[in-house]
Design a protein. Structure first.
Lengths: 235, 75
């Protein structure tokens, strides 16, 4: 089954896909921005500042999703010795880091009109900051270790340690008294967000997911060409 | 675009700066990733060009190498 994941087999797809993903991303982002900035209503409490949610929340969701995926692929890749899983993880990490930073910065901008402060050391914000550090550690580890086996081992350990932080981020608003509001969207129970706000939020999430796919594909292709460059050196 | 859309009852600066930061981050990451891709691809093309015909034929027998050479404007 894992033969399907061989880089040689999927390069023909990954090398052609970015241009289509880029076009789709631009279309979805344009719709999302129009909805988020113009068509969606203002909040009765937060007024127009609620619009920051349309970039803050998708960025946070995707950064958490990417870190969880990286951890899963690293652990499975390490157990079953699938090098391509590490290549996929390594290619996902840059967009995960950028989304994490976007979530923190836009959260900080949102915090000023809502809480009256740019930053608070509360559980949700601090745990998101810790996730940035894990992303940086992960990417630095790939740069430091020349030996692929050692890098795979170290990065897997980093992701296992980092994943402990993910449920803390998720449940921090329930476990502790924080400035950050609890989740408005629940998959298992009724969401407290109105459909007029949920729709642009989902569109923006789709746009952000497409952007992370685009960056992943470009980065993955770059990594494959790097490997092939080393192969040409050995010929 | 009217003033209401820009000013947003005094929240405009916060909202627009949050969106601008996000889009700027996207553009930076895209440009940086694309530059890395182009750099590695050019390196590959130069290395491939410097191979003797026998080795070039051997390298070209791998489908992935052919794909890299054929997709010069894939992104």
């Amino acid at each position: 089954m894992f033969k399907f994941f061989e880089p040689n087999k999927i390069f023909s797809i990954t090398s052609k896909a970015p241009k289509y993903v880029l076009v789709l991303f631009i279309i979805i982002l344009t719709i999302g921005l129009t909805e988020a900035l113009i068509l969606s209503p203002q909040d009765y409490k937060q007024s127009h500042s609620v619009r920051i949610m349309y970039v803050h929340v998708p960025a946070a969701w995707i950064s958490l999703g990417i870190f969880s995926t990286i951890t899963f692929l690293s652990v499975v890749g390490y157990i079953f010795k699938i090098q391509n899983f590490f290549l996929i993880s390594k290619s996902l990490a840059p967009s995960g880091l950028v989304f994490n930073i976007v979530a923190l910065v836009t959260g900080s901008i949102w915090g000023k009109p809502t809480w009256g402060t740019w930053w608070a050391w509360d559980a949700r914000i601090t745990s998101m900051l810790i996730l940035v550090l894990f992303y940086i550690l992960y990417l630095v580890a790939w740069r430091i270790y020349e030996n692929n086996d050692k890098a795979s081992k170290i990065t897997t350990i980093i992701t296992i340690l980092g994943i402990i932080n993910v449920p803390i981020i998720k449940y921090s608003v329930d476990w502790w008294n924080t400035l950050h509001q609890p989740a408005s969207i629940n998959i298992l129970s009724k969401s407290s967000i109105h459909i007029s706000m949920l729709f642009p939020l989902l569109i923006m999430t789709a746009a952000f997911a497409l952007f992370s796919l685009l960056i992943f594909l470009m980065k993955y292709n770059t990594e494959l060409i790097k490997i092939k460059n080393k192969g040409l050196d050995r010929l | 675009m009217n003033n209401e859309t820009l000013l947003m009852d005094g929240y405009g600066l916060y909202v627009w700066s949050a969106f601008a930061f996000t889009l700027l981050s996207f553009v930076t990451l895209y440009v940086f990733t694309k530059a890395q891709y182009v750099k590695e691809k050019n390196k590959f093309i130069i290395k491939f060009g410097s191979l003797n015909p026998q080795r070039a034929a051997l390298a070209k027998s791998q489908s992935i190498n052919k794909e890299i050479l054929s997709n010069t404007s894939s992104i």
